[in-house]
Unconditional design. Structure first.
Length: 266
């Protein structure tokens, strides 16, 4: 009976831990903050930086002697701090809160590795640990480092939260597989290179936008691999068209009013 209550007690203790603004660098004096997150399956995927790599200097003092301030101080890259915070907040709303409830009810297994808490600045495993405990997903620091990937991924999670709600089933939060960087960059490039402008002059209309073009009386719409053309009628005066009309109605002296005959020599 006591072992059955152990996961519930651990979850309740973890809920008492104050939230962390972001993963601390690998050689920070506060490295224990990272270990408190990495050692259980409850929080291990709350940030794409987890698990943080080992400190190659062995500690903060040697890192400072090597002038590697980025390995020690979190504010060495202050622009990433808000990204970490928003990422973790969205994770909590989308996955974290419902995962806590499932673990407390015994609907999802609670996995923990106590060795992570005592490993210090080096990983206790024979090789560098890159897998998030209990989920089988790899760390993806490029999501935080690349603004385009960050907006695409976190924005997608926010849209999913608003339309589908939080994850009620066990799921992997960190994405698996390569990102389609070319599509993201191409989409952003088209927004910059093809601004939508409209110009109308005289009887001709011209609309230039990434996907539409209308010229004169012919209208063409191009989108992706499909192309359609159709005719539109533009009302103009006969003088503008340059067409001379002959009177087809004959007089009474010739063949009688109201009778028609072909007009030659037009």
């Amino acid at each position: 009976m006591k072992t059955q209550w152990l996961p519930l007690v651990l979850v309740l203790l973890l809920l008492c831990i104050p939230p962390v603004p972001a993963p601390v660098p690998r050689c920070s004096p506060f490295i224990i903050i990272n270990k408190l997150v990495e050692w259980t399956s409850l929080w291990s995927d709350s940030n794409s930086y987890f698990p943080v790599g080992p400190c190659e200097y062995g500690g903060p003092f040697r890192a400072l002697q090597a002038d590697d301030y980025n390995a020690v101080f979190l504010l060495d890259e202050p622009e990433k701090v808000p990204r970490h915070n928003i990422y973790e907040f969205v994770w909590f709303l989308k996955t974290g809160f419902t995962r806590m409830k499932r673990m407390m009810l015994g609907l999802e297994p609670f996995k923990a590795d106590i060795n992570i808490l005592t490993e210090g600045y080096q990983h206790y495993t024979p090789s560098v640990r890159t897998t998030q405990l209990g989920h089988g997903t790899e760390r993806r620091p490029e999501i935080i480092d690349d603004p385009d990937l960050y907006v695409d991924f976190v924005g997608g999670k926010i849209r999913s939260l608003l339309t589908e709600g939080p994850d009620l089933q066990r799921t992997r939060y960190t994405p698996v597989g390569p990102f389609r960087r070319s599509q993201i960059k191409h989409k952003n490039a088209r927004r910059r290179l093809y601004p939508r402008t409209v110009s109308i002059s005289g009887g001709d209309q011209s609309i230039h936008g990434g996907d539409q073009s209308i010229h004169g009386g012919d209208q063409s719409i191009h989108g992706g691999d499909q192309s359609r053309k159709f005719r539109t009628r533009i009302h103009q005066n006969s003088n503008e068209r340059g067409i001379s009309w002959s009177k087809p109605l004959l007089t009474q002296e010739e063949m009688g009013e109201g009778e028609w005959r072909p007009i030659l020599g037009r």
